[in-house]
Design a protein around this ligand. Structure first.
Ligand code: G6Q
Length: 549
């Protein structure tokens, strides 16, 4: 979608509409409209998403949907699902949805249906997964595999790591999953310290197989394995790879029989549904992995076919645009009341900020007069309540929140889950209704405070309220539900990118980091001198001198 969204009629109407809403309160919206909660709650693919606690009237929603129409969000979904080259700067289709196309209807890229390749890759994954989990695939010394270590970074790490943690209740008790991403040697060394090379399987996950962090970790992992087992032939039974770059995989010494296919039409941050999900499948089994795909597919069907005004990812995305662009709010918090979703904010941070953190539009023009992707952050509740919720309740900044929780727990210890849910529901309500000065005074008086204490403390106990949130509840965090939840966020990102007119599928800012480090690395290791500012040059000289010392 080219052109600026600010040039649309709907944007101008939203600007004018925003002015009419000054003084709007959520308390009043609920008081005046008994049907609001029911009307703005959506049940999709096992998720129950309540969008009623948002600063939006029916007219706001109507205008936001008109914006989605003007930006042709439906056409965007059609183009994505059809395999059009949406990633224009890299000349690629964007087809993570094909990876979970459980109907296997043809998806044509470059004149060729990609679905047989997707199916073949899943079948190959199943063979290795079943063999490892059944004990048929043993290590070099004949012992079964007990530990899988994924070596990958960014999109080749965050998704699988997050999903493995989330689906731990479904894991085999005899197989552990570990994730090493950072080139900081501590990450690999600490992970390997308690492991036995004879029972460890490494998965080198790198779409390009050129990422220095991953290749450095893989080389050290291979050394560790060979030191432990003493035979170069051991690599064959202890290393698998996921990559588009088969030559580099072979050159590393990994048998192509253990190399799993990736395609350039899958972006790294959208790749957990591909063989990048191999550690997930090893950890929870191939059937569970396919259930994850099915959940995502259910959300795909909804995103593609539900009318815009009933479309959950579309509406959630539009509310995000409403806050980012009309209220000028810069961040967005995601708070899972579920410890096993602890890594969800990190995964979403990459998905959202790497996709929509852009200041050049897809048509090549610089974004002017509006902001694009917000800052995404979060931590699990209730922990977050004891750290940054102060700012959410009483800070000068406004941060819309997504609250997430399962109604039932995999760990039903007496009291725990009721407390968890009660906290979530109370927090969402408190953010919305706040506490007036009169209410704060009344509370203090009821507690027996003196007149002077009431006067002194009441202003500090005022909560402005009117702070919006979405609450997403689901029955249990199972693979299907998780798949639907993650696909919901992916589509939300897509819709926002479409509104803002950016290419959500390239990442030149990440590429820059890869180039910059290599020049400095050369200078740290040799006498080479590069052209740097005085501060960087001094830091390089300091490191060289200290290391020399
Ligand atoms: C994701 C990004 C980035 C990428 C990593 C790892 O969309 O492109 O996070 O996933 O840089 O890349 P490789 O998989 O090629 O090692």
């Amino acid at each position: 979608m080219s052109t600026a969204p600010t040039d649309t009629e709907a944007w101008r109407a939203l600007d004018a509409h925003f002015e009419t809403l000054r003084g709007l309160t959520l308390r009043a919206l609920f008081r005046d409209d008994p049907g609001r909660a029911a009307r703005m709650t959506f049940e999709v693919a096992g998720l129950r998403a309540d969008l009623s606690k948002h600063l939006a009237t029916e007219e706001t929603v109507r205008l936001l949907v008109a914006l989605a129409q003007e930006r042709d969000v439906t056409g965007g979904f059609d183009a994505m699902f059809r395999g059009d080259t949406l990633n224009t700067t890299e000349g690629r289709a964007v087809l993570h949805v094909a990876l979970r196309n459980r109907a296997a209807t043809p998806v044509i890229v470059g004149g060729r249906d990609v679905m047989p390749d997707v199916g073949a890759c899943l079948a190959k994954m199943r063979r290795l997964v079943d063999a490892v989990r059944s004990g048929a695939h043993v290590g070099h010394t004949g012992r079964p595999i007990t530990d899988v270590v994924n070596l990958g970074i960014g999109g080749s790490d965050l998704g699988p790591a997050m999903v493995c943690e989330a689906l731990a209740p479904y894991a085999s008790p005899s197989l552990r999953a570990h994730f090493v991403s950072n080139v900081d040697g501590a990450h690999l060394a600490r992970t390997l310290a308690p492991l036995d090379p004879a029972t460890t399987l490494f998965v080198v996950a790198s779409k390009t197989f050129t990422t220095v962090e991953t290749l450095t970790n893989a080389a050290s992992a291979r050394r560790w394995l060979l030191e432990g087992l003493g035979d170069p032939a051991a690599v064959g039974r202890h290393f698998a790879a996921v990559s588009t770059n088969h030559d580099a995989v072979r050159a590393f010494g990994i048998d192509l029989a253990n190399c799993f296919e990736m395609w350039d039409w899958v972006g790294g941050r959208y790749s957990l549904w591909s063989a990048i999900g191999l550690p997930i499948a090893l950890y929870v089994g191939m059937d569970r992995f396919e259930e994850l795909l099915e959940g995502a597919h259910a959300m795909d069907l909804h995103a593609r076919s539900a009318p815009l005004a009933q479309n959950l990812p579309v509406l959630s995305a539009l509310l995000g645009v409403w806050y980012a662009n009309f209220f000028g709010w810069e961040s967005y918090a995601v708070i899972p009341y579920d410890q096993s979703l602890a890594r969800l904010p990190a995964w979403l941070q990459q998905g959202d900020m790497e996709s929509n953190g852009k200041r050049t539009r897809a048509d090549g023009d610089v974004v002017e007069g509006y902001s694009t992707g917000p800052i995404v952050w979060g931590e699990p509740g209730t922990n977050a309540q004891h750290s940054f919720f102060q700012l959410l309740h009483q800070g000068t900044r406004r941060v819309p929140v997504d609250f997430l929780a399962p109604v039932r727990s995999h760990h039903p210890l007496p009291d725990h889950h009721d407390q968890l849910l009660a906290n979530l529901l109370a927090q969402a309500e408190a953010l919305m209704v706040g506490k007036t000065e009169a209410e704060a005074r009344a509370e203090l008086i009821a507690s027996g405070a003196s007149e002077a204490t009431v006067a002194r403390l009441a202003p500090h106990k005022v909560f402005e309220g009117n702070r919006p949130s979405t609450t997403i509840l689901f029955d249990l965090l199972d693979p299907r539900t998780l798949g639907a939840l993650l696909a919901f966020y992916e589509h939300r990102i897509f819709v926002q990118g479409r509104i803002w007119g950016v290419n959500s599928f390239d990442q030149w800012g990440v590429e820059l980091g890869k180039q910059l480090a290599s020049a400095v690395l050369r200078e740290l290791r040799t006498e080479a001198v590069g052209a740097h500012d005085a501060s960087t040059a001094a830091a390089i000289a300091h490191v060289r001198a200290r290391r020399g010392a």
